[in-house]
Design a protein around this ligand. Structure first.
Ligand SMILES: [Zn+2]
Length: 194
């Protein structure tokens, strides 16, 4: 078990059940990242692993999508001595930088996010950086739960890789068995203990 995997388990961040993920996929595994991210003493060392991995990438800025990604991006930026900018959801379902955040043409940007399932959030953040003329040097993640199959729009490195099954709703075995689904994440129910 990797350090990150042990930390997630100790934090009670890996839940088992039948979950609707924010990507729209269904899964028997949910990573409640805020069980971990709310504790700086475990989150800071994981951000240190990301900062170490990209220490030679010559990034000039770190960019993270809301909400968890922005927290991790800020700590990685702090450790690397860089600026942190935050990508928010845009009306078209992508990501954009608001609040006066700017990127100079050719500026080298490291993208940081928390949990990657399909890669959509990272991919949209990469696109937002590139729209402003930035150059993405890679993406650092807390958890890649795609088992390395996500399309992130850039090369990525994760502190922890989980090969957690995720299904289109019409292909979900638990739906076929009529198991009630739990919605988690940004629009989900209040945290609940299993
Ligand atoms: Zn299902």
């Amino acid at each position: 078990m990797s350090d990150a995997e042990r930390l997630l388990a100790e934090a009670g961040a890996v839940l088992h059940g039948h979950f609707l993920l924010s990507s729209g996929l269904h899964s028997p595994t949910y990573v409640e990242k805020f069980e971990l991210i709310q504790h700086p003493h475990v989150t800071v060392p994981i951000c240190g692993q990301i900062a170490d991995h990209y220490g030679d990438a010559e990034a000039q800025t770190v960019a993270g999508p809301t909400t968890g990604g922005a927290i991790l991006a800020f700590e990685v930026a702090r450790q690397l001595g860089l600026r942190c900018i935050i990508a928010e959801q845009s009306a078209d379902g992508g990501r954009e930088f608001r609040r006066g955040f700017r990127i100079e043409p050719g500026e080298r940007v490291l993208v940081v996010d928390d949990v990657m399932t399909t890669g959509g959030s990272v991919r949209h953040t990469v696109a937002a950086v590139e729209r402003l003329g930035g150059v993405v040097v890679g993406a650092g993640l807390l958890v890649d739960r795609s088992g390395g199959t996500a399309e992130a729009g850039t090369a990525y490195w994760a502190a922890l890789t989980l090969d957690a099954a995720a299904y289109q709703p019409q292909e979900c075995p638990q739906c076929a068995q009529g198991v009630p689904i739990t919605k988690r994440g940004t629009s989900g129910t209040a945290p609940r203990r299993w």
